[in-house]
Structures are given as structure tokens and as C-alpha cells.
Design a protein around this ligand. Structure first.
Ligand code: NAP
Length: 238
């Protein structure tokens, strides 16, 4: 099951897992996109809004078994200093990244345990490891999402479920377009002058994680483009 599978890392991960033989179940708010991709991959596409409990419950209802959950739905809104923080942007980021991951994970823990060999992959970010100027709405949400995921690693110890946190640096997807509210020029500028990761680069790593034997847990994987040393430093900033 892949949340946020209508674009970017989620869509690429669905492709990768389908190629590895999984029946993929794809969810996102843009239902037509997940239905289209699911049809191409021989999987199932359904409407999912991770900020809505009813939508999450309807999404998981009727699934016989779930082996792999990819908590990918998320993103950033705005790039504002704390002094002028937009509360609605913060609410969006916390609802989607933190509570969204909580809602879906909570709903699926029993099925993942019952599968006998479950895997939960949560896409956090290097923003879950560092702070950066003007990014506190996103970095705080990603820190919270990551701590929830890491806590679950302790709480499920002894149960047949592996947990992997994937913390990517800069990946060229719709991420910046969403962050800058559809401003294509501003989004493109983020990736100019360096070579970012692609969604496929991240999906390939997730495919590797999913194909390890049940006793091997890749707890945390940080991947960045060669051109980016940290959230604050890349070849452009020096
Ligand atoms: P993206 O192309 O914008 O994809 C975000 C996905 O999340 C979309 O499929 C979107 O689908 C879905 N989504 C957003 N709100 C949702 C909601 N309420 N319910 C269900 N799905 C929702 O960006 P991306 O880069 O692939 O982002 C995927 C994940 O990677 C995010 O968690 C992001 O924070 C993380 N990440 C990205 C980067 C980066 O540089 N790109 C780096 C580190 C981590 P709909 O709009 O159709 O609902």
C-alpha cells in the first residue's frame, strides 16, 4: 500500500514494487491519477485523503492482507520565518505529514502483524534530522513524523513487522510546486544549478528495503544528491 501515489516518490515506488511482484494499492486525493496508474500496474487505485479519518477507514476496509505500507503522502507549504508563520500552512503540514501518517499506520498495524512479515516504510526527510531557516513548519512536522515512526519501532519489537525510515534530501518532484503554491518558476529555481535526486532514485532504495529477508531491518536510510551536503548547504550555497 502506497499513500500519496499520484505523483513523485509515491508513484515511482508503486511502479518499483509492482515490478518486484507486489499487488500495489495506491491512494491519493487525485483519484483519477491513482486509478490510471493502478490500471497500468495491475493494482488497485482508490481515493485517499490522509487528513480525513473516514477516508482512511474506507481506504483500508475490505483489504484481506497487507504486507508493506509506504507512508509517503506529505509535503511542505510555504517557506516563512517563525515570526510571520502562516498558521494554515502549519496546520496543513502537521495534518498531512504527522497525523496523516498516524491515521494510516494505526489503521494498518493489525493487518501488518497478521501478515507474518510486515514492513512499514515512512518517507521523512533530511528535514527530520536538521533545522533550516524559514522551514520550521515543515522541519517540525517531519521531526514529529519521524519520532512517531521511530517510537513504533520500539513498540513493535517482538512482532513480525520491520520499520524503515527513508530520509531523502532534494528530490525533483511536484514538492516545490506544492510548497510555492503552484509558482512553477520559483519551483524550477530550486533545482537549477545542481543535480537533484529523482523519484526513481528513492523508489529503487525502497525496492531494495522491501526485498531484504524478514530478519533484516534497515532502520534509517539518508540519501542526498552528491550536490547537497545538508539541508542548508549545497553546491549553489557553497
Ligand atoms: P509530490 O510529487 O508533491 O507528492 C506528494 C504526494 O502526496 C502526492 O501524491 C499527493 O497526492 C499526496 N498527498 C498530499 N496530501 C495528501 C492527502 N491529504 N491525502 C493523501 N495524499 C496526499 O512530492 P514528493 O516529493 O513525491 O513527496 C513525497 C514525500 O516525500 C512527502 O512526504 C515529502 O515530504 C517527502 N520528501 C520529499 C522530498 C523532495 O525534495 N521532493 C525530500 C524529502 C522528503 P494528491 O495531491 O493527489 O492527494
Amino acid at each position: 500500500m502506497v499513500t500519496g501515489a499520484s505523483s513523485g516518490i509515491g508513484a515511482a515506488t508503486a511502479r518499483r514494487l509492482a515490478a518486484q511482484g507486489y499487488h500495489v494499492v495506491l491512494g491519493a486525493r487525485r483519484t483519477e491519477l491513482v486509478e490510471e496508474l493502478a490500471a497500468e500496474l495491475g493494482g488497485t487505485g482508490r481515493q485517499l485523503d490522509v487528513t480525513d479519518e473516514t477516508s482512511v477507514n474506507a481506504f483500508v476496509e475490505g483489504l484481506d492482507s497487507v504486507h508493506v505500507l509506504i507512508n509517503n503522502a506529505g509535503g511542505a507549504k510555504g517557506l516563512d520565518p517563525v515570526a510571520t508563520a502562516d498558521l494554515d500552512d502549519w496546520r496543513w503540514m502537521w495534518e498531512t505529514n504527522v497525523l496523516g501518517t498516524l491515521r494510516v499506520t494505526k489503521a494498518l498495524i493489525p493487518a501488518l502483524i497478521d501478515s507474518g512479515d510486515g514492513l512499514i516504510v515512512t518517507i521523512t526527510s533530511i528535514a527530520a534530522l536538521e533545522a533550516y531557516d524559514n522551514g520550521s513548519g515543515y522541519t517540525s512536522a517531519k521531526h514529529a513524523q519521524a519520532v512517531m515512526h521511530r517510537t513504533l519501532r520500539y513498540e513493535l519489537l517482538g512482532k513480525p513487522v520491520r520499520l524503515t525510515e527513508i530520509a531523502p534530501g532534494m528530490v525533483e518532484t511536484d514538492f516545490s510546486l506544492v510548497r510555492f503554491d503552484g509558482d512553477q518558476e520559483r519551483a524550477d529555481a530550486v533545482y537549477q544549478g545542481l543535480t537533484p535526486l529523482t523519484a526513481d532514485d528513492v523508489a529503487e532504495v525502497i525496492g531494495f528495503v522491501a526485498s531484504r529477508p524478514p530478519h533484516v531491518d534497515l532502520d534509517q536510510i539518508v540519501l542526498k544528491p552528491r550536490d547537497q551536503a545538508s539541508a542548508r548547504r549545497n553546491v549553489k550555497t557553497g
